[in-house]
Design a protein around this ligand. Structure first.
Ligand code: AMP
Ligand code: MG
Length: 320
């Protein structure tokens, strides 16, 4: 199955950028990634930062049998598979968020994601029988993790882990750490809408980020958030979808209860946190959960959020 690149509708638009920034773009992780440098001394760090991003594709690529995740997916039903610390930690965090969100976010929806194929050349609407069959392979309790041995085991053959809703956030964290360790005090890292604003826009001045209005053209925003040294991550139905000839749309965020694209009272969910992986996973979970449960979840995790409801209400939640 081939993955199509997501090049339309990055979730966020930056407002009020500063003088003479240098932005480099590359295709990676199935999307467009951009890094912006604001200081000449930092320009040389952009290339190694992209190398870092590409190296992570070898860990998390769901569509490659050669990635570390691909090897887990092809053999973890036979016997426990020992994995790298980095992959283990991300699967473990995903497992915990799945439990906390009642599986609104779940790392074991691989069979369902593959079946729908949204964002790939094979995207189609599956039959109810196919969905039922895939759902039997998508239960979090069938994922067995062993901290001591750092192994992953599937209780059922056919199970697959897909980290598409958290991996970009994790890689963003890694890039931000790399840049900061090398002395960067101000930069923007944008991995397909997983945005991290390092430092401040100017001394004493925060960054202003526009949140994409799902119903508007690219660049039309429905609200702004002011942040310092923080991730801003959005999940929305407009990001990636299959559109039939009659205009019916099926988006890429799936509901583990129904097997269909999630339908809640939210059109878009943005999370603001210093941890981009957490923000990524929670944005997906909130979108699926809907306003009331999403508010409780962000408060439990102590992060801030902005939601756009289906009746176009803007809801700001201060959980931090
Ligand atoms: P995001 O854009 O961060 O909300 O992540 C969506 C991507 O994560 C999809 O393209 C799928 O690969 C995967 N996915 C879809 N639905 C879910 C879900 N409910 N929980 C976790 N991952 C999901
Ligand atoms: Mg996500």
């Amino acid at each position: 199955m081939k993955r199509l690149l997501l090049i339309l509708f990055p979730a966020l638009i930056l407002l009020s950028s500063c003088h003479a920034p240098l932005t480099e773009n590359e295709l990676a992780l199935g999307t467009i990634c951009a890094i912006t440098s604001y200081d000449k001394k930092d320009d040389g760090l952009i290339a190694p930062a992209f190398e870092l991003i590409h190296s992570k594709e070898k860990l998390f690529d769901f569509y490659s049998e050669d990635s570390e995740l691909g090897r887990v997916n092809s053999s973890a039903h036979i016997s426990p598979v020992k994995v790298s610390e980095e992959l283990y930690e991300l699967i473990k965090l995903s497992y915990e968020i799945a439990l906390a969100s009642n599986e609104a976010f779940s790392p074991v929806l691989g069979p369902l994601v593959e079946l729908w194929g949204i964002g790939t050349e094979d995207a189609h609407v599956p039959s109810d029988e196919e969905i039922e069959e895939a759902l039997r392979l998508c239960n979090i309790e069938d994922l067995v993790l062993c901290d001591e041995d750092r192994t992953v085991f599937f209780r059922k053959e056919g199970m697959k882990i897909d980290l598409g809703a958290i991996a970009k956030g994790h890689v963003t964290n890694e890039v931000v750490s790399f840049l900061k360790e090398n002395g960067v005090e101000r930069s923007i890292v944008n991995l397909g809408g997983n945005l991290y604003l390092i430092g401040e826009k100017k001394k004493g001045e925060c960054w202003t980020v526009g949140l994409q209005n799902p119903g508007a053209d690219y660049g039309g925003y429905y609200a702004t958030v002011d942040v310092r040294d923080s991730a801003v991550v959005t999940s929305g139905e407009y990001e990636r979808y299959l559109e039939l000839e009659d205009g019916t749309r099926y988006h890429h965020i799936l509901d583990s209860r129904t097997g269909y694209p999630a339908k809640s009272d939210l059109k878009s969910a943005s999370i603001i946190s210093s941890d981009s992986a957490l923000a990524d996973a929670l944005a997906t979970a909130c979108f699926v959960l809907g306003q009331e449960k999403a508010e409780a979840l962000v408060k439990e995790y102590g992060v801030d959020a902005v939601f756009l409801t289906t009746s176009d209400q803007i809801v700001r939640v201060e959980g931090s």
